[in-house]
Design a protein around this ligand. Structure first.
Ligand code: NAD
Length: 355
Protein backbone atom coordinates (compact mmCIF):
# COMPACT_ATOMS: atom_id res chain seq x y z
CA UNK A 1 0.00 0.00 0.00
CA UNK A 2 1.34 3.46 -0.89
CA UNK A 3 1.30 5.60 2.27
CA UNK A 4 0.02 8.75 0.54
CA UNK A 5 -3.05 9.41 2.64
CA UNK A 6 -4.80 7.26 5.18
CA UNK A 7 -6.52 7.18 8.57
CA UNK A 8 -5.16 5.02 11.39
CA UNK A 9 -7.25 4.47 14.51
CA UNK A 10 -5.34 2.69 17.30
CA UNK A 11 -7.19 0.25 19.58
CA UNK A 12 -7.14 1.40 23.21
CA UNK A 13 -6.44 -1.92 24.91
CA UNK A 14 -3.51 -3.60 26.66
CA UNK A 15 -1.86 -6.85 25.51
CA UNK A 16 0.25 -9.16 27.66
CA UNK A 17 1.86 -11.94 25.59
CA UNK A 18 4.01 -14.98 26.37
CA UNK A 19 4.23 -18.50 27.75
CA UNK A 20 3.08 -18.52 31.39
CA UNK A 21 1.59 -15.03 31.12
CA UNK A 22 -1.59 -16.01 33.02
CA UNK A 23 0.58 -15.72 36.13
CA UNK A 24 0.00 -11.96 35.60
CA UNK A 25 -3.80 -12.20 35.76
CA UNK A 26 -4.04 -10.99 39.37
CA UNK A 27 -1.73 -8.05 38.69
CA UNK A 28 -3.75 -7.18 35.58
CA UNK A 29 -7.02 -7.39 37.54
CA UNK A 30 -5.55 -5.12 40.25
CA UNK A 31 -4.48 -2.66 37.56
CA UNK A 32 -8.13 -2.39 36.44
CA UNK A 33 -9.32 -2.05 40.05
CA UNK A 34 -11.10 -5.43 40.01
CA UNK A 35 -11.71 -6.84 43.51
CA UNK A 36 -14.57 -9.28 42.82
CA UNK A 37 -14.00 -11.13 39.56
CA UNK A 38 -16.35 -13.56 37.81
CA UNK A 39 -14.57 -16.00 35.47
CA UNK A 40 -16.41 -17.02 32.27
CA UNK A 41 -15.92 -20.23 30.27
CA UNK A 42 -17.78 -22.97 28.38
CA UNK A 43 -18.75 -26.24 30.08
CA UNK A 44 -15.79 -27.84 28.26
CA UNK A 45 -13.24 -25.44 29.75
CA UNK A 46 -14.06 -25.35 33.47
CA UNK A 47 -10.63 -26.75 34.33
CA UNK A 48 -8.94 -23.81 32.61
CA UNK A 49 -11.32 -21.46 34.47
CA UNK A 50 -10.35 -23.05 37.79
CA UNK A 51 -6.70 -22.42 36.99
CA UNK A 52 -7.55 -18.74 36.52
CA UNK A 53 -9.47 -18.54 39.82
CA UNK A 54 -6.41 -20.03 41.57
CA UNK A 55 -4.20 -17.33 40.09
CA UNK A 56 -6.74 -14.63 41.00
CA UNK A 57 -6.76 -15.81 44.63
CA UNK A 58 -9.18 -13.90 46.86
CA UNK A 59 -10.15 -11.60 43.95
CA UNK A 60 -12.11 -14.50 42.34
CA UNK A 61 -15.75 -14.84 43.39
CA UNK A 62 -16.87 -17.63 41.07
CA UNK A 63 -17.05 -19.32 37.69
CA UNK A 64 -19.90 -18.93 35.18
CA UNK A 65 -19.70 -21.80 32.66
CA UNK A 66 -22.64 -20.63 30.53
CA UNK A 67 -20.79 -19.60 27.34
CA UNK A 68 -22.12 -21.23 24.14
CA UNK A 69 -21.85 -20.54 20.40
CA UNK A 70 -23.56 -17.48 18.82
CA UNK A 71 -23.92 -15.50 22.12
CA UNK A 72 -27.68 -16.05 22.66
CA UNK A 73 -29.30 -13.11 24.47
CA UNK A 74 -31.14 -15.40 26.94
CA UNK A 75 -27.77 -16.82 28.11
CA UNK A 76 -26.41 -13.28 28.52
CA UNK A 77 -29.47 -12.31 30.62
CA UNK A 78 -28.89 -15.27 32.95
CA UNK A 79 -25.20 -14.38 33.26
CA UNK A 80 -26.08 -10.74 34.09
CA UNK A 81 -28.19 -12.14 36.96
CA UNK A 82 -25.14 -14.16 38.14
CA UNK A 83 -22.97 -11.03 38.02
CA UNK A 84 -25.48 -8.98 40.02
CA UNK A 85 -26.19 -11.72 42.59
CA UNK A 86 -22.45 -12.10 43.27
CA UNK A 87 -21.72 -8.36 43.25
CA UNK A 88 -18.96 -8.78 40.65
CA UNK A 89 -16.90 -5.75 39.64
CA UNK A 90 -14.94 -7.36 36.82
CA UNK A 91 -14.97 -10.17 34.25
CA UNK A 92 -12.26 -12.56 33.10
CA UNK A 93 -13.18 -14.69 30.07
CA UNK A 94 -11.08 -17.71 29.17
CA UNK A 95 -11.79 -19.56 25.92
CA UNK A 96 -12.54 -18.99 22.25
CA UNK A 97 -14.69 -16.42 20.48
CA UNK A 98 -17.88 -17.77 22.08
CA UNK A 99 -16.68 -17.15 25.65
CA UNK A 100 -15.14 -13.78 24.85
CA UNK A 101 -18.43 -12.90 23.10
CA UNK A 102 -20.33 -13.56 26.34
CA UNK A 103 -17.80 -11.39 28.20
CA UNK A 104 -18.37 -8.58 25.71
CA UNK A 105 -22.16 -8.90 25.99
CA UNK A 106 -21.88 -8.61 29.80
CA UNK A 107 -19.34 -5.82 29.70
CA UNK A 108 -21.38 -3.62 27.34
CA UNK A 109 -24.56 -4.12 29.45
CA UNK A 110 -22.99 -3.54 32.86
CA UNK A 111 -19.98 -1.31 32.16
CA UNK A 112 -17.69 -3.80 33.95
CA UNK A 113 -14.15 -4.20 32.55
CA UNK A 114 -13.15 -7.46 30.86
CA UNK A 115 -9.84 -9.30 30.76
CA UNK A 116 -9.88 -11.73 27.79
CA UNK A 117 -7.69 -14.83 27.79
CA UNK A 118 -8.09 -16.40 24.32
CA UNK A 119 -7.41 -20.10 23.79
CA UNK A 120 -8.17 -20.22 20.03
CA UNK A 121 -7.00 -18.04 17.13
CA UNK A 122 -10.41 -16.46 16.28
CA UNK A 123 -9.38 -12.90 17.26
CA UNK A 124 -12.51 -11.62 19.03
CA UNK A 125 -10.42 -10.37 21.99
CA UNK A 126 -8.99 -7.57 19.79
CA UNK A 127 -12.25 -6.24 18.36
CA UNK A 128 -14.93 -3.75 19.48
CA UNK A 129 -17.49 -5.98 17.69
CA UNK A 130 -20.24 -8.09 19.28
CA UNK A 131 -22.53 -10.52 17.44
CA UNK A 132 -25.60 -11.74 19.39
CA UNK A 133 -28.54 -13.99 18.52
CA UNK A 134 -32.14 -13.62 19.57
CA UNK A 135 -35.11 -15.57 18.13
CA UNK A 136 -32.82 -17.09 15.49
CA UNK A 137 -31.59 -13.70 14.23
CA UNK A 138 -27.98 -12.57 14.57
CA UNK A 139 -27.25 -8.87 14.97
CA UNK A 140 -23.80 -7.33 15.09
CA UNK A 141 -22.76 -4.04 16.64
CA UNK A 142 -19.55 -2.08 17.01
CA UNK A 143 -18.84 0.05 20.09
CA UNK A 144 -15.53 0.98 21.75
CA UNK A 145 -17.06 -0.16 25.10
CA UNK A 146 -17.14 -3.75 23.74
CA UNK A 147 -13.35 -4.07 23.36
CA UNK A 148 -11.83 -6.01 26.30
CA UNK A 149 -9.65 -3.73 28.46
CA UNK A 150 -6.81 -6.24 28.61
CA UNK A 151 -5.92 -9.39 26.67
CA UNK A 152 -3.56 -12.00 28.07
CA UNK A 153 -2.15 -14.31 25.38
CA UNK A 154 -0.67 -17.33 27.14
CA UNK A 155 0.88 -19.77 24.67
CA UNK A 156 0.72 -22.59 27.27
CA UNK A 157 -3.11 -22.48 27.22
CA UNK A 158 -3.16 -23.31 23.49
CA UNK A 159 -0.90 -26.38 23.64
CA UNK A 160 -3.89 -28.74 23.99
CA UNK A 161 -6.08 -27.11 21.30
CA UNK A 162 -7.00 -30.11 19.12
CA UNK A 163 -5.36 -30.21 15.68
CA UNK A 164 -8.64 -29.87 13.74
CA UNK A 165 -9.68 -26.79 15.73
CA UNK A 166 -6.14 -25.35 15.57
CA UNK A 167 -5.94 -25.42 11.77
CA UNK A 168 -9.44 -24.11 11.07
CA UNK A 169 -9.05 -21.43 13.73
CA UNK A 170 -5.67 -20.49 12.18
CA UNK A 171 -7.24 -20.22 8.70
CA UNK A 172 -10.07 -18.12 10.22
CA UNK A 173 -7.39 -15.72 11.51
CA UNK A 174 -5.61 -15.64 8.13
CA UNK A 175 -8.94 -14.66 6.54
CA UNK A 176 -9.10 -11.51 8.72
CA UNK A 177 -5.57 -10.58 7.60
CA UNK A 178 -6.19 -11.26 3.88
CA UNK A 179 -9.30 -9.05 3.82
CA UNK A 180 -7.51 -6.29 5.77
CA UNK A 181 -5.05 -6.06 2.86
CA UNK A 182 -7.79 -4.78 0.52
CA UNK A 183 -10.05 -3.04 3.04
CA UNK A 184 -11.46 0.33 1.86
CA UNK A 185 -10.31 1.86 5.18
CA UNK A 186 -6.97 0.03 5.19
CA UNK A 187 -3.68 1.72 6.05
CA UNK A 188 0.04 0.88 5.88
CA UNK A 189 0.33 -0.15 9.56
CA UNK A 190 -2.52 -2.64 9.30
CA UNK A 191 -1.07 -3.91 5.99
CA UNK A 192 2.24 -4.65 7.76
CA UNK A 193 0.41 -6.46 10.53
CA UNK A 194 -1.69 -8.43 8.06
CA UNK A 195 1.26 -9.69 6.03
CA UNK A 196 3.21 -10.61 9.19
CA UNK A 197 0.11 -12.37 10.52
CA UNK A 198 -0.29 -14.54 7.40
CA UNK A 199 3.44 -15.36 7.39
CA UNK A 200 3.42 -16.34 11.09
CA UNK A 201 0.22 -18.39 11.02
CA UNK A 202 1.08 -20.25 7.80
CA UNK A 203 4.43 -21.30 9.27
CA UNK A 204 2.79 -22.12 12.60
CA UNK A 205 0.09 -24.32 11.03
CA UNK A 206 2.71 -26.42 9.23
CA UNK A 207 4.75 -26.82 12.44
CA UNK A 208 1.67 -27.71 14.51
CA UNK A 209 0.52 -30.22 11.90
CA UNK A 210 3.84 -32.06 12.24
CA UNK A 211 3.96 -31.76 16.06
CA UNK A 212 0.80 -30.41 17.79
CA UNK A 213 2.84 -29.40 20.84
CA UNK A 214 5.61 -27.63 18.94
CA UNK A 215 6.20 -24.56 21.12
CA UNK A 216 7.54 -22.39 18.28
CA UNK A 217 4.45 -23.26 16.21
CA UNK A 218 2.07 -22.48 19.08
CA UNK A 219 3.83 -19.17 19.82
CA UNK A 220 3.78 -18.07 16.16
CA UNK A 221 0.12 -19.06 15.81
CA UNK A 222 -0.96 -17.00 18.81
CA UNK A 223 1.23 -14.06 17.77
CA UNK A 224 -0.29 -14.20 14.26
CA UNK A 225 -3.78 -14.47 15.77
CA UNK A 226 -3.16 -11.29 17.78
CA UNK A 227 -2.13 -9.44 14.60
CA UNK A 228 -5.10 -10.85 12.66
CA UNK A 229 -7.51 -9.90 15.46
CA UNK A 230 -6.08 -6.37 15.37
CA UNK A 231 -6.75 -6.24 11.61
CA UNK A 232 -10.34 -7.44 12.16
CA UNK A 233 -10.89 -4.89 14.93
CA UNK A 234 -9.40 -1.99 12.97
CA UNK A 235 -10.64 -2.12 9.36
CA UNK A 236 -13.70 -3.31 7.42
CA UNK A 237 -14.08 -6.87 6.19
CA UNK A 238 -15.41 -7.64 2.72
CA UNK A 239 -16.76 -10.37 0.44
CA UNK A 240 -15.13 -13.31 2.22
CA UNK A 241 -16.65 -12.40 5.59
CA UNK A 242 -20.03 -11.67 3.98
CA UNK A 243 -20.14 -15.13 2.40
CA UNK A 244 -19.11 -16.80 5.68
CA UNK A 245 -21.69 -14.84 7.69
CA UNK A 246 -24.37 -15.86 5.17
CA UNK A 247 -23.40 -19.53 5.26
CA UNK A 248 -23.05 -19.59 9.07
CA UNK A 249 -26.13 -17.48 9.81
CA UNK A 250 -28.61 -19.00 7.35
CA UNK A 251 -27.36 -22.57 6.92
CA UNK A 252 -25.81 -23.12 10.36
CA UNK A 253 -22.41 -24.11 8.99
CA UNK A 254 -19.58 -24.18 11.56
CA UNK A 255 -17.70 -20.86 11.86
CA UNK A 256 -13.99 -21.62 11.51
CA UNK A 257 -14.45 -24.46 8.97
CA UNK A 258 -16.56 -22.23 6.73
CA UNK A 259 -13.84 -19.53 6.77
CA UNK A 260 -11.23 -22.16 5.93
CA UNK A 261 -13.10 -23.45 2.89
CA UNK A 262 -14.32 -20.13 1.44
CA UNK A 263 -11.05 -18.17 1.74
CA UNK A 264 -9.26 -19.40 -1.44
CA UNK A 265 -12.41 -18.85 -3.55
CA UNK A 266 -13.19 -15.38 -2.18
CA UNK A 267 -9.52 -14.48 -2.74
CA UNK A 268 -9.66 -15.71 -6.36
CA UNK A 269 -12.87 -13.66 -6.86
CA UNK A 270 -11.23 -10.32 -5.99
CA UNK A 271 -7.64 -11.13 -7.07
CA UNK A 272 -7.38 -9.16 -10.32
CA UNK A 273 -8.82 -6.00 -8.72
CA UNK A 274 -6.32 -5.89 -5.79
CA UNK A 275 -2.87 -6.88 -7.13
CA UNK A 276 -0.87 -5.27 -4.26
CA UNK A 277 -2.84 -7.22 -1.67
CA UNK A 278 -2.34 -10.44 -3.64
CA UNK A 279 1.41 -9.79 -3.85
CA UNK A 280 1.52 -9.42 -0.05
CA UNK A 281 -0.34 -12.73 0.42
CA UNK A 282 2.03 -14.50 -2.00
CA UNK A 283 5.09 -13.09 -0.19
CA UNK A 284 3.70 -14.19 3.17
CA UNK A 285 2.90 -17.69 1.91
CA UNK A 286 6.17 -17.90 -0.04
CA UNK A 287 4.24 -19.27 -3.01
CA UNK A 288 5.11 -19.08 -6.70
CA UNK A 289 1.46 -19.59 -7.69
CA UNK A 290 -1.50 -17.28 -7.14
CA UNK A 291 -2.54 -16.14 -3.64
CA UNK A 292 -5.73 -18.23 -3.88
CA UNK A 293 -3.83 -21.37 -4.89
CA UNK A 294 -1.32 -20.76 -2.09
CA UNK A 295 -4.13 -20.56 0.45
CA UNK A 296 -5.72 -23.75 -0.82
CA UNK A 297 -2.34 -25.53 -0.80
CA UNK A 298 -1.85 -24.45 2.81
CA UNK A 299 -5.27 -25.91 3.71
CA UNK A 300 -4.30 -29.18 1.97
CA UNK A 301 -0.88 -29.34 3.68
CA UNK A 302 -2.37 -28.89 7.14
CA UNK A 303 -5.26 -31.31 6.66
CA UNK A 304 -8.03 -28.69 6.88
CA UNK A 305 -11.47 -29.26 5.27
CA UNK A 306 -11.74 -28.07 1.64
CA UNK A 307 -15.33 -28.69 0.53
CA UNK A 308 -18.58 -27.15 1.79
CA UNK A 309 -20.10 -30.59 1.12
CA UNK A 310 -17.94 -31.93 4.01
CA UNK A 311 -19.33 -29.54 6.63
CA UNK A 312 -23.09 -29.84 6.22
CA UNK A 313 -23.87 -27.71 3.14
CA UNK A 314 -26.38 -29.16 0.64
CA UNK A 315 -26.16 -28.57 -3.09
CA UNK A 316 -29.81 -27.50 -3.33
CA UNK A 317 -29.10 -24.63 -0.89
CA UNK A 318 -26.43 -22.98 -3.09
CA UNK A 319 -28.84 -20.85 -5.16
CA UNK A 320 -30.47 -19.46 -2.02
CA UNK A 321 -27.04 -18.79 -0.44
CA UNK A 322 -25.99 -16.77 -3.51
CA UNK A 323 -29.25 -14.79 -3.38
CA UNK A 324 -28.83 -14.02 0.32
CA UNK A 325 -25.19 -12.97 -0.11
CA UNK A 326 -26.01 -10.41 -2.81
CA UNK A 327 -29.23 -9.16 -1.14
CA UNK A 328 -27.36 -7.03 1.41
CA UNK A 329 -23.71 -6.97 0.32
CA UNK A 330 -20.68 -5.50 2.14
CA UNK A 331 -18.32 -3.22 0.23
CA UNK A 332 -16.04 -5.29 -2.02
CA UNK A 333 -13.28 -4.39 -4.51
CA UNK A 334 -15.25 -6.31 -7.16
CA UNK A 335 -19.03 -5.91 -7.08
CA UNK A 336 -21.16 -8.81 -5.84
CA UNK A 337 -22.68 -10.54 -8.85
CA UNK A 338 -25.29 -13.23 -8.16
CA UNK A 339 -24.21 -15.56 -10.94
CA UNK A 340 -20.50 -15.17 -10.17
CA UNK A 341 -21.13 -15.77 -6.45
CA UNK A 342 -23.20 -18.85 -7.30
CA UNK A 343 -20.27 -20.16 -9.38
CA UNK A 344 -17.86 -19.41 -6.52
CA UNK A 345 -20.06 -21.29 -4.03
CA UNK A 346 -20.41 -24.22 -6.45
CA UNK A 347 -16.62 -24.52 -6.64
CA UNK A 348 -16.29 -24.29 -2.85
CA UNK A 349 -19.00 -26.94 -2.52
CA UNK A 350 -17.01 -29.49 -4.48
CA UNK A 351 -13.47 -28.30 -3.63
CA UNK A 352 -12.42 -27.39 -7.19
CA UNK A 353 -9.22 -25.41 -7.77
CA UNK A 354 -9.86 -21.71 -7.02
CA UNK A 355 -9.36 -19.96 -10.36
P1 NAD B 1 -15.53 -21.36 20.22
O1 NAD B 1 -15.23 -20.26 21.18
O2 NAD B 1 -16.96 -21.59 19.87
O3 NAD B 1 -14.86 -22.69 20.79
C1 NAD B 1 -15.16 -23.96 20.22
C2 NAD B 1 -14.97 -25.06 21.29
O4 NAD B 1 -13.58 -25.25 21.54
C3 NAD B 1 -15.61 -24.71 22.63
O5 NAD B 1 -16.21 -25.86 23.16
C4 NAD B 1 -14.43 -24.29 23.49
O6 NAD B 1 -14.65 -24.49 24.86
C5 NAD B 1 -13.33 -25.21 22.95
N1 NAD B 1 -11.97 -24.71 23.14
C6 NAD B 1 -11.54 -23.44 23.00
N2 NAD B 1 -10.23 -23.37 23.24
C7 NAD B 1 -9.79 -24.61 23.54
C8 NAD B 1 -8.52 -25.16 23.88
N3 NAD B 1 -7.40 -24.42 23.92
N4 NAD B 1 -8.45 -26.48 24.11
C9 NAD B 1 -9.55 -27.27 24.02
N5 NAD B 1 -10.79 -26.80 23.70
C10 NAD B 1 -10.91 -25.48 23.46
O7 NAD B 1 -14.73 -21.18 18.83
P2 NAD B 1 -13.99 -19.93 18.15
O8 NAD B 1 -13.74 -20.35 16.76
O9 NAD B 1 -12.87 -19.44 18.97
O10 NAD B 1 -15.09 -18.78 18.18
C11 NAD B 1 -16.15 -18.74 17.26
C12 NAD B 1 -17.17 -17.71 17.67
O11 NAD B 1 -16.54 -16.46 17.93
C13 NAD B 1 -18.19 -17.46 16.56
O12 NAD B 1 -19.48 -17.31 17.15
C14 NAD B 1 -17.75 -16.13 15.95
O13 NAD B 1 -18.83 -15.41 15.39
C15 NAD B 1 -17.16 -15.43 17.16
N6 NAD B 1 -16.13 -14.45 16.76
C16 NAD B 1 -16.41 -13.15 17.04
C17 NAD B 1 -15.48 -12.20 16.69
C18 NAD B 1 -15.76 -10.75 16.99
O14 NAD B 1 -14.92 -9.90 16.72
N7 NAD B 1 -16.90 -10.42 17.54
C19 NAD B 1 -14.27 -12.54 16.09
C20 NAD B 1 -14.01 -13.88 15.83
C21 NAD B 1 -14.97 -14.85 16.18
Amino acid sequence: MTPESFVFQALSNRVVFGAGSILNVRAEADRLGMRRVLVLCTKQQTEAAELITNHLGDAAIGICARAVMHTPVEVTKAAVEDLRALGADGIVSIGGGSTIGLGKALSVRTGLPQIAIPTTYAGSEMTPILGETEDGTKTTRRDPAILPATTIYDVDLTMELPHSLSVTSGMNAIAHAVEALYAPDGNPIIALMAEESIRSIARAMRLITRHPKNTEGRRLALYGAWLAGTCLGSVSMSIHHKLCHTLGGSFDLPHAETHTIILPYATAYVAETVPEAMAAVRRALKTGGSAAEGLQQLAIDIGAPRRLAEIGMREEWLDRAAELAVANPYWAPKPFDRQAIRTLLGKAFSGERPR
